[in-house]
Design a protein around this ligand. Structure first.
Ligand SMILES: NC(=O)c1ccc[n+]([C@@H]2O[C@H](COP(=O)([O-])OP(=O)(O)OC[C@H]3O[C@@H](n4cnc5c(N)ncnc54)[C@H](O)[C@@H]3O)[C@@H](O)[C@H]2O)c1
Length: 408
């Protein structure tokens, strides 16, 4: 019988038409022949499809996880059985996590792919021995891009990195719809609670927060948004959400989702104000948005369930999901973003890797945008796959749009 990991990969592959089209071309053209690709991504079924696409393009691929709790071990096994060097393991400790990153780097990659920038960080600080052979890299998520830009501003980033996250074909769909749906799905599967009628507090009204807030409302939740950016807060207000500070929101919230990419969003200032039974979860990249250390230090007792830690504080129960790590990936039932969304994000990744392999040597060190034509090409492949047709600008319309002479 087929291995469960392989079953998951094949299930995902059937709904990834864009990545499949790229894989077919890669198989014929072998644009990555001679490249060694080092990756630190969430090791689950859709990522496995990306790995196989890159391998089909002729690359040797070495992969580990980018979060201690997001690896699906059966998928990692299936990758290994297919001949890919995969070092990821679910539930690894910090030491094991970085040891696995080091194993990827021992392969002396020529290209790297990160989700959160831990691999690039390791290269620049502890593994400078591998720097000279790296042509360039790709980064998947907002937090990774923030870190890379900070590194660039300090003059420390030593090779070109494509900001996959920042292109419309990634964040319009992945961050908004992918995070929105998968976060709520994972919370519902882990807790079995009803969202309708619940007060859901969403911290941060960026791409991810907007997705979570909108989809929670669609399920009947009463959504409150917290922000530090006045324009984003106003946008949330005009989108029909209640906007308030976290201190105010903690008093009414039943379920909390942090999506800020910032640290210390829910802390010791907030926990004592919460209702008993409050459920806390984080969808931002790192597990520092909710202060789990404070909870552990102040609880008189802790109950552990699959994916839920319950802290008893002053007789109240505060439930923290997935140890405050990415709730859509790190709960035992979390499957990450829906397949169709990752089809687009990983199509951007695959083409960006090809772009770096071809042109990386002529790019300057620093963060670079995904070329617009590539983004449009992926959109067209997806539109073809869903059978949608587009209008085209007529000659008259083109002329009109370029003219400043037309008026009433
Ligand atoms: N869970 C996932 O699968 C997934 C997917 C994509 C991105 N991410 C991660 O989610 C995080 C957010 O990504 P994004 O693309 O939405 O970023 P974004 O920059 O669009 O949004 C973040 C928002 O948080 C707000 N914010 C910052 N500090 C805050 C604070 N103290 N209180 C309230 N709001 C605050 C910002 O003003 C901004 O509006 C990042 O860490 C990113 O890496 C997770």
């Amino acid at each position: 019988m087929m291995h469960t990991g392989e079953q998951k990969i094949q299930w995902a592959a059937q709904y990834m038409p864009v990545l499949n089209a790229i894989r077919e071309r890669f198989e014929k053209e072998k644009p990555l022949a001679g490249q060694r690709i080092g990756m630190a991504l969430h090791v689950e079924a859709k990522t496995a499809c990306l790995v196989r696409t890159l391998a089909a393009g002729g690359a040797e691929v070495y992969i580990t996880g980018c979060n201690p709790l997001s690896t699906q071990d059966d998928v990692a096994d299936a990758l290994r059985e297919g001949g890919i060097a995969c070092y990821a393991k679910r539930g690894c400790n910090t030491e094991e996590y970085y040891a696995a990153i080091d194993k990827v780097l021992d392969a002396r990659p020529t290209l790297t792919i990160d989700d959160g920038m831990d691999l690039i960080n390791r290269v620049h600080i502890d593994r400078r021995d591998v720097l000279p052979e790296i042509i360039g890299a790709c980064e998947e998520t907002t937090t990774g891009i923030h870190r890379l830009r900070a590194m660039q501003a300090d003059g420390k980033l030593e090779f070109p990195v494509i900001a996959v996250n920042d292109t419309p074909m990634k964040h319009y769909f992945d961050n908004v719809h992918g995070t929105g749906e998968s976060v709520l799905a994972s919370i519902m599967l882990t807790t079995n609670v009803l969202l309708a009628g619940r007060h859901v507090v969403v911290a941060g009204y960026g791409y991810c927060g907007r997705g979570v807030a909108t989809k929670a409302r669609a399920l009947g939740a009463r959504v409150i948004v917290t922000e530090i950016d006045s324009r984003r807060a106003l946008q949330a207000h005009f989108d029909g959400f209640d906007v308030m500070s976290m201190v105010e929101a903690t008093k009414v919230g039943d379920l909390f989702v942090t999506t800020t990419g910032n640290c210390s969003i829910i802390t010791g200032r907030h926990f004592p104000l919460m209702k008993s039974g409050a459920i806390l979860s984080n969808a931002g990249h790192f597990n520092n948005e909710i202060d789990g250390i404070w909870l552990a230090e102040h609880a008189t007792a802790v109950e552990h369930r699959d994916g839920i830690d319950t802290y008893i504080i002053d007789g109240k129960k505060i439930h923290l999901l997935a140890e405050g790590r990415l709730v859509n990936l790190a709960t035992p039932k979390g499957m990450g973003h829906p397949i169709e969304v990752m089809d687009l994000s990983f199509a951007v990744q695959a083409l960006s890797v090809e772009y770096v392999a071809k042109f990386g040597r002529s790019l300057s060190a620093g963060v670079h945008d995904v070329p617009t034509e590539m983004d449009e090409y992926i959109a067209r492949l997806k539109l073809d796959a869903v059978g949608a047709t587009l209008d085209e600008l007529s000659a008259e319309q083109k002329e009109y749009m370029c003219s400043w002479n037309h008026g009433t």
